[in-house]
Design a protein. Structure first.
Length: 335
């Protein structure tokens, strides 16, 4: 397998490292606007990788999969990759860019290729957890996602922007719009993160999850934020973001029916978001290149994978482990 990784930031460099250790990968091209950064990442991976400050159609034509870990231009890169016959995996969490990528569904189907949208920590791992949690139910009524923590600088900036826009949820067959920063909810993540106040934000999770579960009534998403985060969201960032954030967490609550009864299942994970997101993106890229997606076309991981358990086992083998909350104390039991 040959892959192109565009973006050598916190997540992209981790995804490249995960791909370099994947069986069957013959070559990685690491692309970043900062040529020295791309070269440093490639050098750290050995002979399997090379670095460049730009990517050509010829580079994509030689690739089986193109992994996007950039904050902008995702659709432009994805269109070029599809034209050259390569699968696409995009670790993107911006709502408008997610919509742009999903609009490539018809083209990707026609070309018998996959465009995996939102393959990071959240969305990404959360989509896989939602699909895994849904397996226990006869029908799914609701999915509620919460996340806390940020990866690299681009992720921190997106977190800042998301708190000042318009939140979008799926409710009873239509889209409900709410003010970002509203709807405070205390969400519990696996230890040591614990409980955090989470709020509505401009997040793409509902756009990715609602199509994956036929007849679902509600899909919501929230993000952990402090009072300062909310009050300063309408201002430019007051200080440059850190090169990488500290440990973060995700939480997925699935509600549905088993026979005549209603029940709930809660799954979660903790990790450094860039590390976990890089692993999710790399596994998604390997699955897409191997033809293991449920269908061709564009969609989130909850829509494109049929078997979440093998995906989660592969993530666990790479050090990214999820747990199910069980009992009154909310103890995390490994998935």
């Amino acid at each position: 397998m040959r892959a192109v990784v565009i973006g050598a930031g916190a997540l992209g460099s981790r995804a490249a490292r995960q791909l370099a250790s994947t069986d069957g990968v013959d070559h990685l091209l690491i692309v970043d606007a900062v040529a020295e950064r791309a070269a440093d990442v490639a050098r750290s991976l050995g002979d399997v990788a090379s670095g460049s400050s730009s990517v050509s159609p010829g580079d994509m034509a030689e690739a089986d999969v193109v992994l996007l870990a950039v904050p902008i231009d995702n659709r432009r890169y994805a269109e070029s990759a599809l034209e050259q016959g390569a699968h696409v995996v995009a670790a993107v969490d911006d709502l408008e860019q997610v919509r742009d990528l999903l609009s490539l569904d018809a083209e990707a189907r026609e070309r018998a290729l996959s465009v995996v949208v939102g393959a990071g920590f959240s969305p990404g791992l959360t989509c896989v957890l939602a699909r895994h949690g849904a397996a226990d139910f006869d029908s799914i009524q609701q999915v509620h996602v919460a996340k806390t923590g940020t990866g690299g600088p681009a992720c921190a900036r997106q977190h800042h922007r998301a708190l000042k826009g318009e939140a979008i949820d799926w409710r009873d067959g239509g889209w409900a719009r709410r003010r970002s920063g509203s709807g405070r909810e205390l969400c519990y993540f696996p230890d040591p993160v614990g409980g955090e106040d989470c709020y509505r934000a401009t997040l793409p999770d509902a756009v990715l999850l609602a199509p994956a579960f036929a007849g679902i009534e509600r899909v919501t998403a929230r993000v952990g934020a402090t009072r300062r985060d909310r009050f300063t969201a309408w201002l430019p960032m007051l200080r440059p973001p850190h090169p990488e954030g500290v440990i973060g967490g995700v939480r997925v609550e699935v509600r549905g029916r088993r026979g005549p009864t209603e029940d709930v299942r809660i799954l979660g994970a903790i990790d450094r978001p860039a590390v976990a997101g890089g692993a999710v993106a790399a596994v998604a890229a390997a699955w897409a290149a191997d033809g293991r997606m449920r269908r061709h076309g564009a969609g989130g991981l909850a829509d494109l994978i049929d078997e979440p358990a093998p995906f989660l086992r592969e993530l666990a083998r790479r050090g990214v482990k999820a747990a199910v909350f069980e009992g009154a104390a909310g103890i995390g039991v490994p998935v």
